[in-house]
Each structure stands twice: as structure tokens, then as C-alpha cells.
Design a protein around this ligand. Structure first.
Ligand code: NAP
Length: 279
């Protein structure tokens, strides 16, 4: 019998590539989007992770169409970019509404079905930013760290019910609409505090250098991330985390395989803008 996956944020980037890959590999695909547009080989239905009633409706529509859901890919998300103090409270909350509470909303809505089936798989798309912190993305970092902690703990309580939880951690992929949204979010911030100007301009240089190194990383593509999401979904082992692109491996290794002091020294040397010289 064909298996069925529901994917959030399937209008572009990783979500779209993942929907196309699962369909090509013979799965039924419920491709959910805020603004539905045709995606060949998939069943498209509206879903906004900030609106629980649309999540319920999308799950019901998928069940009516296919009878069963075997896996959910929580992919919808975006990255707020900019200095924390310049970010209004509603933007702080929106970052969490989408990247954290949105995922929780989807998980809560699908669990009764998974429990009735005594099985299912939840794949949460985190980020390198769920593993290590970078300057200028404190809110995105906070949201993905929260998602990692939520997913790790959830894996114990759902594992006991035969439901698998997986975390996929991509690095930077510039061919999605992620950068466009981050730039738009940054443009909405106030620029009223000049004290941050030199930090911001140095941070931009750090990001430019990271982008340059990333273009050398051949697996930084949506198609590759989709492959890793597919692998994670089909992996019946207890493995929780899947680093999806090789550009972030040095930072992930520093975080996970060196001491706290070594990690922080490495990060300050490689990604932190230099503090101003003392008086
Ligand atoms: P993308 O092309 O911008 O795709 C993001 C998707 O999320 C879009 O389909 C977008 O829909 C959807 N979305 C945003 N807010 C939503 C909401 N409230 N409800 C439902 N859908 C919503 O970016 P991407 O790079 O593929 O990002 C996908 C995931 O990968 C995100 O969780 C992101 O944090 C993560 N990630 C990305 C990168 C990267 O460098 N690209 C790296 C690591 C992790 P609309 O079209 O309606 O806006």
C-alpha cells in the first residue's frame, strides 16, 4: 500500500523539493501551502501553521483523499534577521508562532491519528542554527534551539507509542526563498540605534564570507536536503538527528565533539565580529 506524507510549506524551497521527491518515489503527498498553487503529482491543500483550524482541515482533507497519514514533515519556517533590540515584540512573537508553535500545532493535530495507527513519523526541519548560534539571528537561533529541545524530548514520549521523531539540520541553501524573506524581515526593523552600526557592518562581512564558502559546498541544494528528509522519514532506527549539508559540518563538529571552551574559542575566531578595542 502506498504511504502518505503531509508536508508544510510546500510552496517553495525544501518543502517543494521534498513534495516532488516523495511523489517521485511513489508516496501519496499532501502538499500544504498558505497560498495553494498546483504541484504536479501531489494533493495540494491550504495550511497556515499559525491557524490551527487550517491544520485540522488539511489533515481531514488528506485523510478523506488517502485514508491514512504515515509521516508529517514540519518544514514551514523562516529566519528573522537583525539585532534583537531593534526587533519589535510582534516580530519576536511571529518568529516563534511559525517556527515553534506552528510545529507544535501540527504535531498536536496529527497525534490522535498516529496514536490510532500505533505509528507514524514526525520530521522537524531545524537548521544549523538549531545547533550553534551566529550573530544577527538571535531570534531564529532561539526558535530552532527550542524546536530541537522540543523534538528531542518528544522523541522519548512518542517513541514509547511507536511514533518516530526526526530532526533534519540543513545548512545554508541560497536557492530557496529563505534569504528573500530574511531580507524582507530585516528591512522592517527600526534602525534608530547607531551603537550597533559597526557590529552590523562587520557581521555582514562574516555572512558574506560564509556565503562564499557555502557556494563551494556541492550538497547545499534543496534537492539534497529533500533526499535527507526522505532518508530520515524512512529510517526506522532510533537515530534522531540528520545533518543535511556539509557546509555546516565544521561548526556542528565544534559544537558536538569539542569542549565548551574549545567550541566558544572556535566560534569567536570564526564567526563573531571583533569587539571594539578597549579605551
Ligand atoms: P522558503 O523557500 O522560504 O520556504 C519556506 C516555506 O515555509 C514556504 O513554503 C513558506 O510559505 C512557508 N511558510 C512560512 N510561513 C508559513 C506559515 N505561517 N504557514 C505555513 N507555511 C509557512 O525557505 P526554505 O529554505 O525552503 O526553508 C524551509 C525550512 O528550512 C525552514 O524551516 C527554514 O528555517 C529551514 N532552513 C533553511 C535553510 C536555508 O538556508 N535555506 C537552512 C536551514 C534551515 P509562503 O510561500 O506562503 O511564504
Amino acid at each position: 500500500m502506498k504511504k502518505t506524507v503531509l508536508i508544510t510549506g510546500a510552496s517553495s524551497g525544501f518543502g517543494k523539493a521534498t513534495a516532488e521527491l516523495f511523489a517521485a518515489r511513489g508516496w501519496n503527498v499532501i502538499a500544504t501551502m498558505r497560498t495553494p498553487q498546483e504541484l504536479p503529482g501531489t494533493f495540494v491543500t491550504p495550511l497556515d501553521v499559525q491557524k490551527p483550524e487550517t491544520i485540522r482541515a488539511a489533515i481531514d482533507a488528506g485523510l478523506t483523499r488517502f485514508g491514512r497519514i504515515d509521516a508529517v514533515v514540519n518544514n514551514a519556517g523562516y529566519g528573522a534577521f537583525g539585532v534583537f533590540e531593534l526587533t519589535p515584540d510582534e516580530k519576536v512573537r511571529e518568529q516563534f508562532e511559525v517556527n515553534v508553535f506552528g510545529v507544535m500545532n501540527v504535531v498536536r493535530a496529527v497525534l490522535p491519528h498516529f496514536r490510532a495507527n500505533k505509528g507514524g513519523c514526525i520530521v522537524n526541519v531545524s537548521s544549523g542554527a538549531g545547533v550553534f548560534a551566529l550573530p544577527m539571528i538571535s531570534l531564529y537561533n532561539a526558535s530552532k534551539f527550542a524546536l530541537e529541545g522540543f523534538s528531542e524530548s518528544l522523541s522519548y514520549e512518542l517513541g514509547a507509542l511507536g511514533i518516530r521523531v526526526k530532526i533534519v539540520e540543513p545548512g545554508g541553501v541560497i536557492t530557496t526563498k529563505f534569504g528573500e524573506r530574511s531580507a524582507k524581515e530585516a528591512s522592517l526593523l527600526s534602525s534608530g540605534i547607531r551603537d550597533y552600526d559597526s557590529f552590523v557592518s562587520e557581521a555582514h562581512q562574516v555572512f558574506a564570507a560564509m556565503r562564499a564558502s557555502r557556494s563551494a559546498s556541492k550538497d547545499s541544494t534543496s534537492e539534497h536536503v529533500a533526499e535527507v528528509i526522505f532518508e530520515a522519514t524512512n529510517d526506522t532506527s532510533e537515530r534522531l538527528r540528520y545533518v543535511a549539508t556539509s557546509d555546516i559540518l565544521p561548526l556542528v563538529r565544534a559544537r558536538r565533539q569539542t569542549s565548551e571552551d574549545e567550541y566558544m574559542a572556535f566560534m569567536r575566531a570564526s564567526v563573531a565580529p571583533k569587539p571594539p578595542a578597549g579605551p
